[in-house]
Ligand binder design. Structure first.
Ligand SMILES: Nc1ncnc2c1ncn2[C@@H]1O[C@H](COP(=O)(O)OP(=O)(O)OP(=O)(O)O)[C@@H](O)[C@H]1O
Ligand SMILES: [Mg+2]
Length: 255
């Protein structure tokens, strides 16, 4: 483990369409940490992940990566699966683009599919998958790239609550096995609490709270029913700003 953050930002700011979306963000994520960003719709969570991934350039401030290049995989808010490719070949795509040889590619794809419990479905096409399977496929496609940092933008928000809890516990197990560092975005407080070492609350372009979640690990199904879990959810909720107005009205105001 390295004391230096894997990635940090210094007074990071981003304007889009002439409006400041993010401002003065100081952020750091360390090895094996799971950090979740929570904030209302339009608060700039996806934009922050885009900046970390390097898909968009900062308008202000800087991003520091511990060692170049850090490998990052991004699970987008809308998972883009290729409908004409099987599960196996969807996962293989990033490796094919990298030009990895066929044998290594096959091994790594099979390993990634096993990690998310989809090996049995490797010959199916996306239209034959349930919502949860499609999300697991997106995770396998990210894992196969052996990233140092996994960026996940509301990956489970389209799933029903029970399946979502299942996916959360699976992700925790996967993280225990693979020791990945994860930066996760969600609207669900329950999801943020079960997954996170820290929760950052994004509001008006800034992280207004950085909350350490001290629920012991490993966390599992029993954690979801524990008194401590319920208490922490209440504590986190108490830090969330209440918006009596429509979000658009707030978003259009200058910071
Ligand atoms: N290309 C763009 N041009 C102009 N404005 C943009 C652009 N992309 C995003 N925005 C604006 O930036 C703000 C932040 O968008 P972003 O997608 O980061 O929010 P979010 O927190 O991820 O929201 P959600 O929870 O709904 O996914 C929004 O107000 C959005 O309208
Ligand atoms: Mg978003």
């Amino acid at each position: 483990m390295n004391a230096e953050p894997l990635i940090s930002t210094q007074k990071l700011g981003k304007s889009l369409g002439g409006h400041p979306v993010l401002d003065e963000l100081d952020f750091a994520i360390h090895d094996r940490e799971i950090i979740t960003i929570v904030g209302r719709s339009g608060s700039g969570k996806s934009t922050f992940l885009d900046l970390i991934m390097g898909l968009v350039k900062p308008s202000k401030g800087s991003i520091k990566r511990r060692a170049a290049p850090i490998k990052m995989s991004y699970i987008f808010q809308r998972p883009a699966l290729l409908p004409w490719r099987t599960v196996e070949r969807n996962v293989a795509l990033p490796l094919e683009i990298e030009g990895i040889d066929k044998v290594t590619c096959r091994e790594r794809v099979h390993f990634a599919l096993e990690q998310v419990g989809l090996f049995y479905a490797k010959s199916l096409f996306p239209f034959q998958l349930s919502g949860g399977m499609a999300q697991r496929l997106a995770i396998a496609r990210a894992l196969v790239q052996e990233p140092d940092l996994l960026l996940m933008d509301e990956p489970f928000s389209s799933l029903d609550p029970l399946l979502r809890e299942n996916m959360n516990i699976n992700l925790l197990r996967l993280q225990e096995r693979t020791k990945k560092t994860i930066l996760f975005v969600t609207h669900s407080i329950d999801e943020a609490v079960i997954l996170s070492d820290r929760i950052l609350i994004l509001e008006s372009g800034r992280f207004i709270y950085d909350l350490a979640i001290d629920i012991p690990k490993p966390r599992n199904e029993a954690t979801l029913n524990s008194r401590r879990f319920a208490e922490v959810i209440r504590e986190v909720r108490a830090h969330l700003p209440f918006h009596p107005n429509l979000p658009q009205q707030v978003a259009s105001e200058p910071l």
